[in-house]
Ligand binder design. Structure first.
Ligand code: SAH
Ligand code: SF4
Length: 363
């Protein structure tokens, strides 16, 4: 896989900016000014960084050290308020990010109607790779294969691009970030984690408002548990036994469910934190009462909740979406066993913005 290009200042941490200040013979406080301009202030070009001398800005620019942001190429608006953004990187590669406004009346996914405070709460879903190599059989992103990793600046740049486009004032609006777009974040672990740290320390997002989803890259789940600053963890379970899971998620042949559930059981949760298990329901494949019983056994003893997602269909996907009735029956079986289970309402299905539908579709 091709590696990512380094582009400009976005994605550099304080230490790296400090190194740059030194290299250009500038005092240390210039590094702080750079950091403040790039992250908390979200400035989109050295032109606006008026705290820095013109001469220094010109030198930076000459060295290729602009504040280079990914750009929004296209946007698609759903009838439910969701917006899908096609975002271009410096080298022309594109990924997708999704903006999901939510009503203020309840937890995400409970079907709450958007009320007066509709814009006071929202979720941004960002991508971690161009495409994905994991090859889950129900996911449109898989059809692209993986082109390259995104660097930290490109990952957090999607967040900033969407915040700026939506003119979000983070003091007044509550925004969650989910790393659930295109790609497998744990196969791009160092850059993903660097983006997290810059979002927390720089842009000012609390780690508690971020969630990362993994298909189950076991060694990285252990690494992630040891991080001093980290988002919440979601694991794409999607099947209740190895036989079904290998069919729909070939990665199961490398890391089976026993290894996955052991990593989940050993995951060091913070106070009141839960692991989220995501479970895409595929009609007649993994959605029977027997499967629900197996899920109950699998997650026994883990402080968790289960998010059920009825398959979002797409061209080239050989599975069907279960009926509402089957979904609710599955949910009820988990609830009766004492496992919190939520049915995630599809967001932006009409514009191909829902889970598993991100494919850089521009038609
Ligand atoms: N690669 C990571 C994160 C992105 S996918 C992962 O797989 O966890 C985010 C979620 O969407 C995953 O839980 C995945 O199982 C789910 N998903 C993928 N394709 C889907 C589809 N067609 N319909 C509904 N959910 C889907
Ligand atoms: Fe990749 Fe996640 Fe899609 Fe699987 S579901 S192919 S891991 S993006």
């Amino acid at each position: 896989m091709a590696d990512f290009p380094q582009n400009g200042l976005l994605g550099l941490d304080y230490q790296e900016l400090s190194g740059i200040a030194q290299r250009f013979g500038q005092p240390e406080y210039r590094a702080r000014q750079l950091f403040d301009a790039v992250y908390p202030q979200r400035l989109t070009g050295l032109d606006s960084v008026t705290t820095l001398p013109k001469q220094f800005r010109a030198e930076l620019r000459q060295a290729g050290l602009e504040i280079q942001h990914p750009t929004i190429d296209k946007q698609f608006h759903s009838s439910d308020g969701t917006i899908r953004y096609l975002i271009a990187m410096g080298d022309g590669e594109t990924v997708e990010a999704v903006w999901m406004p939510e009503g203020d009346g309840g937890e995400a996914g409970d079907g709450t109607e958007a009320g007066d405070n509709e814009w006071n709460r929202a979720t941004i879903c960002v991508s971690s790779q161009v495409g994905c190599a994991v090859n889950c059989q129900f996911c449109l992103t898989a059809l692209l294969g993986v082109k390259r990793n995104l660097n930290a600046g490109e990952i957090l740049g999607q967040v900033i691009a969407v915040l700026n486009e939506r003119r979000v004032d983070l003091e007044r609006q509550r925004v969650n970030i989910v790393f659930m777009g295109m790609g497998e974040p744990f196969l791009n672990y160092p850059q993903f984690m660097k983006a997290v740290r810059l979002l927390v320390e720089g842009v000012g997002f609390p780690e508690s408002r971020m969630t990362v989803s993994t298909s189950g890259i076991i060694p990285r789940i252990y690494d992630f548990g040891a991080e001093p600053v980290r988002p919440k963890l979601a694991i794409s379970l999607n099947a209740s036994n190895d036989q079904v899971r290998s069919q729909i998620m070939p990665i199961t042949r490398k890391w089976n469910l026993e290894m996955l559930m052991q990593a989940a059981r050993e995951f060091p949760l913070r106070n009141r934190e839960r692991i989220t298990f995501e479970y895409v329901l595929l009609d007649q494949v993994n959605d029977s009462p027997e499967h629900a019983r197996e899920v109950v056994e699998l997650v026994r003893g883990i402080r968790c909740k289960v998010n059920l997602i009825a398959l979002n269909p797409g061209p080239g996907i050989a599975f069907g979406t279960p009926t509402e009735k089957r979904v609710v029956e599955f949910q009820n079986m988990l609830m009766k066993a004492g496992i919190p289970a939520f049915v995630r309402r599809p967001r932006g299905r009409d514009i191909y913005a829902a889970c598993g539908q991100l494919k850089r579709t521009v038609e």
